[in-house]
Design a protein around this ligand. Sequence first.
Ligand SMILES: *[C@@H]1O[C@H](CO)[C@@H](O)[C@H](O)[C@H]1NC(C)=O
Ligand SMILES: *[C@@H]1O[C@H](CO)[C@@H](O)[C@H](O)[C@H]1NC(C)=O
Ligand SMILES: *[C@@H]1O[C@H](CO)[C@@H](O)[C@H](O)[C@H]1NC(C)=O
Ligand SMILES: *[C@@H]1O[C@H](CO)[C@@H](O)[C@H](O)[C@H]1NC(C)=O
Ligand SMILES: *[C@@H]1O[C@H](CO)[C@@H](O)[C@H](O)[C@H]1NC(C)=O
Ligand SMILES: *[C@@H]1O[C@H](CO)[C@@H](O)[C@H](O)[C@H]1NC(C)=O
Ligand SMILES: *[C@@H]1O[C@H](CO)[C@@H](O)[C@H](O)[C@H]1NC(C)=O
Ligand SMILES: *[C@@H]1O[C@H](CO)[C@@H](O)[C@H](O)[C@H]1NC(C)=O
Length: 755
Amino acid sequence: MKSYFSTSIPTFCLLSIMAITSGFTRATKSDSEWLAAEAKALIETGWWSNYTRAENHCTWPGIQCNAGSVIEIDLGGHGLNGNITPQIGALSKLQLLNLSWNSLTGELPSSLGNLTQLAVLDVSYNHIHSIPLAIQKMENLVSLSLSGNFIDYNASAIGLLTNLTHLKKLVTLNLRYCYLSGPIPPHIGKLERMVHLDLSNNRLVGQIPSSVSNLTNLASLFLQYNQLHASIPHEIGRLKNLVTLDLSFNMLVGPIPSSVSNLTNLASLFLQSNQLNGSIPKDIGRLKNLVELHLSFNRLSGHIPSTLGQLTNLESLYLHHNQIISVIPHEIERLKDLKYLDLSYNNLRGPIPYGLLDFPLETFTGNKDLCGSTQGFLHCPSTKHNLPVVILVPTFLFFVSTFALVIFILFRRYRSKTLKSDPSPTKNGDLFSIWNFDGKIAFEDIIKATEDFDSKYCIGTGSYGSVYRAVLPSGKVIALKKLHLLEAEQPAYDISFRNEIKFLTEIRHKNIIKLHGFCLHNRCMFLIYEYMENGSLFYALSIDDEAVELDWTKRVNIVKGVAHALSYMHHDCNLPIVHRDISSNNILLNSELEAFIADFGTARLLDPDSSNQTVIVGTYGYIAPELAYSLVVTEKCDVYSFGVLALEILMGKRPGELLSTLSSSSSRVQNFMLNEILDPRLSTPRTRKMARDIAFIAVIAFACLRTRPKARPTMKLVSQEFLHNKQSPIAIPLHEISLIELKNHEMFMGDENHK
Ligand SMILES: *[C@@H]1O[C@H](CO)[C@@H](O)[C@H](O)[C@H]1NC(C)=O
Ligand SMILES: *[C@@H]1O[C@H](CO)[C@@H](O)[C@H](O)[C@H]1NC(C)=O
Ligand SMILES: *[C@@H]1O[C@H](CO)[C@@H](O)[C@H](O)[C@H]1NC(C)=O
Ligand SMILES: *[C@@H]1O[C@H](CO)[C@@H](O)[C@H](O)[C@H]1NC(C)=O
Ligand SMILES: *[C@@H]1O[C@H](CO)[C@@H](O)[C@H](O)[C@H]1NC(C)=O
Ligand SMILES: *[C@@H]1O[C@H](CO)[C@@H](O)[C@H](O)[C@H]1NC(C)=O
Ligand SMILES: *[C@@H]1O[C@H](CO)[C@@H](O)[C@H](O)[C@H]1NC(C)=O
Ligand SMILES: *[C@@H]1O[C@H](CO)[C@@H](O)[C@H](O)[C@H]1NC(C)=O
């Protein structure tokens, strides 16, 4: 079909231009021509190939008309591909154009500039690579979403944003995951009506321009996951309408400006994972609407301000991994809504306020001068004499690579026995503070606690060693993984042991198992881990009682926890760390049934300076298909294993069979509905939210299982989707979601074309 703009059909062109430019009321006579022109433009997009001009196009799917003119095209998630044809520019009355979550390619046609009535343009999550300058002409644009497109791959943010600042009426601008680089231009301050600005997950560098303070209507500002590298401008305190401020995962330095305490509408303040120093502003208590305050992984020092006790709506407070030196102000006890608290790995001292003792031990770990009447801590001294310092060894656990089942059955038998032998009172409470290669006392304690590794303390045997459960003199329980003497002399086991030590001493994450110490000595090689009460995920799923206890909420949290930990390993460490053996055997569960990734024996750094070729390792059923023909390790291998794991958690068993039938395109299986594969031991999800979470995980799992590594999302992307609690892209009941639909879903800019 010829283009409607081509000179060979001048009549249409002239008529429509007159209509657009003069805005005169159309005479009855030209109405039919007008309609014909719009219908023609629609047909030329190729999106309604089943329809003919004989039908009224206003009834076609995704279209809404007003007085006969198309005013809305809403085709989000409709599997569209190819280019957007320039004819779309003929729909001059269009007010909303939503083409998000498709696989559209090429550039946006510059004829879009003709759509001067357009208020909402959403082309997010496609493969659009270029934005025409003509976009400036859409002077009524209120909401623009370009997220998830590789715009000019590495395009400078200055170019794009400077061009967009002509859109004076913009209220919403979404540019996340657009691969924008360079600094944020000061011109951004011209978009004075802006309410929602999202530039997160790009490669922005430099500072946050102080001109953002002109955006006084701003309610949300998302700049997380960039490489901003300067101090936070004091002017940010002028954005009085801010509800969400997310600057996390950058390299911001200097103090948290005290002006932040003027942002009294703020509900969420995310500044974690930067290099902020100085102390927490003492007036922070003025942020009465604050629900989430995340300041972890910075270099904050000074005190925890007691005004925190005034934040009566606070639900999560994360201050872990900083250098805060104060006592914990007892005012925090007043925060009745506080559900999540993490103060670990600071230099906190003094008593843990009584009202906080309900929080899990891990909340306070890594503060060597804290005391309190809770497991793992010394009682607070009533007089001044010098009690030894306590380091708490949280609940512990550990993990075993292959024989989880055996181990935990043994362990259970055993737990009842050992509990009888009352641990003697703390003698060496400070075991781990002095622990090192040959810390003598610690070593002796361990020999004593296990009666020199007597088999009665053994809770399992793996391929290269045994696992022991030991109760230290302080009453702490730990798990020990010990190499057999013979094996210790074999280089392969030695390497895997050292590998585990290397990674676990360097990385710390809420969902990665903690290594408390190790001994590498001719006489005896062992690792000491926190003890995991509930064993491996594989074990939990294989025992009916345990599987039922792992309800949907806990399973969703396990998937999220593993995703966050993998994202951290792949994207937040100096060099990406690939685990290479993610499986349900290597996910351990603590007493709260929270997930921890364990067994880093086969993990690898992805070092750009050396070859990432290697032998295949991993667990059958979880190994990414490309490893069958290529020995190059990438993060995407873990992503695939994560996909298998996520499905396994939903199904309650390994999905191997399902995956092979799905790939053999047996039509019977393809037509299965999502609810039919869910773990039959759990009742169907009761709430709509839970059903949505499950559908969301299923979509993500299938995206991770794509054959082509490039088509799989990164763990960072997955983790972000979870963190921001995105709506599922499939919002229909589980029994209406078919497996084939999941398999073919286009989420995460997957460019895999299903064959
Ligand atoms: C359009 O045609 C395709 C096949 O070409 C068919 O699968 C689809 O169901 C049709 N859609 C409608 C709405 O008729
Ligand atoms: C566009 O459609 C998608 C999918 O239906 C939806 O999630 C999104 O909110 C829509 N965008 C706008 C701006 O309405
Ligand atoms: C519509 O867009 C095309 C392509 O950019 C352009 O040639 C034409 O002049 C535009 N028409 C109007 C009325 O702006
Ligand atoms: C984009 O930028 C990154 C980092 O600066 C660079 O490694 C990559 O080669 C660039 N890609 C292109 C296509 O320019
Ligand atoms: C911004 O506009 C200029 C022309 O003024 C153009 O050369 C440039 O490519 C545009 N930048 C982007 C990223 O669209
Ligand atoms: C910010 O607003 C002030 C006063 O309205 C104006 O003079 C200034 O040019 C604006 N800055 C930017 C970058 O738009
Ligand atoms: C908070 O706002 C008030 C009034 O606008 C101003 O006087 C004060 O300096 C601001 N405080 C900080 C810490 O910026
Ligand atoms: C914070 O870090 C900066 C360098 O990034 C340094 O100049 C400053 O002295 C530090 N301030 C504090 C309180 O440590």
